[in-house]
Ligand binder design. Structure first.
Ligand code: FAD
Length: 516
């Protein structure tokens, strides 16, 4: 039998085996009667208590266990991967988390897909991105946004999601297996880091190909037409035909958004967020979050929300021990974001500080948000006619005072500027008020902090509207928008889950079609 035991604790400076005494006390089992593993573990750092780890553990035993409120039998249904009989091969456009997990489910279930990805395979992509950071030479098809693995490849690889969808467990199990990292399954906030992610992607590609999936890199969808036989997809590498098409394009596929809009695919604008990257000493964050105990614990994170009238201001995508990265995908535009390695051992922490933006700022029109992002990115590029990013210390931005700040990590370089000139006044006012408010409550955020601009690609400015039950485009049958670019997910795990849901709908539809 499998049981879950909740609410176990161990001291911060102890080894995980410390749980065994508690397991045996609660269950009445003896060492050797059972095997166990952590199901969930987090740091309990509530004020006024001694800091400790708190966990739920799963045990397997064929012995009888005592009755206790803390012990529950585990009955988790396995994710359905039963194959179907068909010769249909869906085309999945985009090899980010949504496209890859959609392709993985389709392949497992006997619908070996054809995957089209505009960027390079991850090995070549890494070379292109590193060259861009060193020299400022951008490859618009293969960069931090585009290429195998999608937008999150050069990231902290946070695998957190607010979704309670049970598919999330399947996503984490795949990451855990390919990264050979059990902690992904039990940490409250698991992360893999960009270095481990790159290895996972190579293994996932091999697994997909082994299951019959066909992957075409440097192959960008350029146009699309529908006739009696299904979809005709035009790419720079020739035409593809398919009955079912998945659009897992991510939030930066601007040329594709314009093309789809022109072809009459139903889309709508949606609010998103813009702002700066803030970078401060990781040691100050550790100290502030954990005090003396920080020497026993991994690099600390934070997540803050400010109280600002009218607009939401918050931190996002915090990267402990990470770097600020140049994340442009279009020539002539500057974009920032953040990433970390698995070890999270850089000197600086960084996070986005964002304000929500909607049609009241950028106007009406389905693609008005895209144009707004582009305008900001191009305005910053025009300041030096290069991909260098403007920086200002937080104390200068907020109070007009210069104090010592960390060295910025952004490459290919930075220059000092007045960051109040980047965004329209109402957004800048909100960012200033929000950052002041967060700094008052969490001084480590702004003391010695540097701001780097602009952060414009935190989420999609459009939604490719779909039916909530069938997940098909409301304008085009058998066309399935998926993931962040479709406006239905945000983050690696939720995009992967969305890709899986879309794959299930295609399988369901094909099964019914074959049956009838
Ligand atoms: P994407 O990952 O954007 O993938 C879309 C893919 O489609 C791309 O590979 C693109 O090249 C391809 N494509 C686009 N147009 C075409 C076309 N016309 N033809 C063919 N291919 C096309 N999220 C987290 O959860 N944790 C993090 O730590 C994290 N950090 C991030 C750090 C950075 C630097 C960035 C940029 C994002 C980060 N995110 C993070 C967000 C996360 O990466 C995205 O939410 C997620 O990747 C979205 O998945 P997706 O599959 O929907 O789209």
């Amino acid at each position: 039998m499998n049981y879950r035991i909740n609410n176990l604790h161990r001291p911060i400076d102890s080894k995980p085996e410390a749980y065994e005494a508690e397991i045996e006390k609660i269950t009445g089992l003896k060492a050797g009667d059972y095997t166990w593993r952590r199901h969930r573990e987090s740091v309990d750092a509530r004020k006024g208590r001694t800091m400790r780890f708190t966990a739920a553990v799963d045990i397997i035993t064929d012995k009888k266990v005592r009755k206790n409120k803390q012990i529950l039998p585990v009955k988790e249904a396995p994710y359905d991967l039963s194959p179907i009989e068909t010769t249909e091969r869906p085309v999945v456009v985009g090899a980010g988390p949504a496209g890859l997990f959609c392709a993985w489910v389709l392949a497992k279930r006997g619908m070996a897909p054809i995957l089209l990805e505009r960027g390079d395979a991850v090995e070549d992509r890494v070379k292109k991105v590193e060259a861009f950071w060193e020299t400022g030479e951008l490859d618009p098809e293969s960069n931090v946004q585009f290429g195998e693995g999608g937008a999150g490849t050069f990231s902290d690889g946070k695998l957190t999601s607010r979704s309670k969808d049970p598919r999330g467990r399947t996503v984490l199990e795949l990451f855990s297996r390919l990264a050979e990292d059990e902690s992904i399954l039990y940490k409250k906030k698991p992360h893999v880091g960009t270095d481990a992610l790159r290895k996972v992607l190579v293994l996932l590609r091999k697994e997909l190909e082994h299951m019959g999936a066909e992957i075409h890199f440097r192959t960008a969808l350029k146009s699309m037409a529908k006739d009696k036989e299904g979809y005709l997809l035009t790419t720079n590498k020739g035409d593809f035909r398919a009955k079912y098409v998945v659009l897992a394009l991510g939030h930066s596929a601007r040329d594709s958004f314009f093309m789809l809009h022109e072809k009459g695919v139903a889309m709508e604008q949606k609010p998103f967020a813009v702002g700066f990257r803030i970078e401060e000493p990781q040691a100050a964050i550790n100290e502030s979050q954990y005090g003396d105990m920080c020497r026993f614990l991994p690099a600390a994170d934070y997540s803050l929300t400010a109280k600002v009238e009218e607009k939401g201001v918050y931190t996002f995508c915090m990267c402990p021990g990470g770097k600020v990265v140049a994340a442009a995908s279009e020539e002539g535009g500057v974009v920032t974001n953040g990433m970390s390695y698995k070890a999270r051992d850089g000197e600086n922490a960084n996070a986005a500080v964002l304000v929500t933006v909607d049609h009241t700022t950028y106007g009406e029109g389905v693609l008005a948000g895209v144009e707004f992002q582009r305008k900001i990115e191009q305005k910053v590029f025009a300041m030096t006619k290069s991909y260098k990013a403007p920086i200002e210390s937080a104390s200068s931005y907020l109070y007009g005072e210069e104090t010592a700040a960390v060295t910025p990590t952004y490459k290919p370089g930075t220059f000092f500027a007045d960051l109040h000139t980047i965004y329209p006044e109402e957004l800048d006012r909100a960012l200033t008020a929000g950052l002041k408010d967060m700094g008052r409550r969490f001084p480590a955020l702004i003391e010695k902090a540097i701001l780097t601009a602009p952060e414009t690609r935190s989420s999609s400015p459009v939604r490719i509207t779909r039916d909530s039950a069938s997940l098909e485009s409301i304008s085009h049958e058998n066309l399935y928008p998926a993931g962040e670019g479709a406006g239905y997910a945000g983050g690696i795990v939720s995009s992967a889950i969305d890709g899986m849901r879309v794959a299930e709908k295609i399988i369901e539809k094909e099964k019914n079609h074959v049956r009838n």
